[in-house]
Design a protein around this ligand. Sequence first.
Ligand SMILES: Nc1ncnc2c1ncn2[C@@H]1O[C@H](COP(=O)(O)OP(=O)(O)OP(=O)(O)O)[C@@H](O)[C@H]1O
Length: 117
Amino acid sequence: MGYLKKRIFAFRVAFEGLGLLFKESAHARIHLLAIVLVSSSAIYLNVSNSEWIVLILCYGAVLSLEAMNSAIEYAIDLSHPEKHPLAKKAKDIAAAAVLIAAICSVIIALIIFVPKF
Ligand SMILES: Nc1ncnc2c1ncn2[C@@H]1O[C@H](COP(=O)(O)OP(=O)(O)OP(=O)(O)O)[C@@H](O)[C@H]1O
């Protein structure tokens, strides 16, 4: 496979992964709904460019960590389908990463939106 074909293939599988994420993870779909609702409010309340940049960084952080969380869950289920305390730790800590980003995003959204009311 040539260099360009390899790069195009890598993009294609990454987009396939994105499709899988929203197909298989209810949490990812909930995050997407939250993004649509927050963005609609941001348009309605005419937030500034810098506020948009912070919101988009939050969207990226939450969705990326949700994708990593799902990938870690699949990797653990593949490598160790039986119950194991380390599998539990790995999955719980991966879920905590999403939670941290989500809590920070809610605080940021409050800082941006509350003064506008
Ligand atoms: N192999 C395992 N050994 C021990 N505990 C596990 C194991 N698999 C899952 N668990 C526990 O069950 C919880 C839920 O795991 P699961 O893989 O079902 O993810 P989930 O949170 O339901 O994510 P999703 O909704 O995206 O499927 C984990 O956070 C962990 O506490």
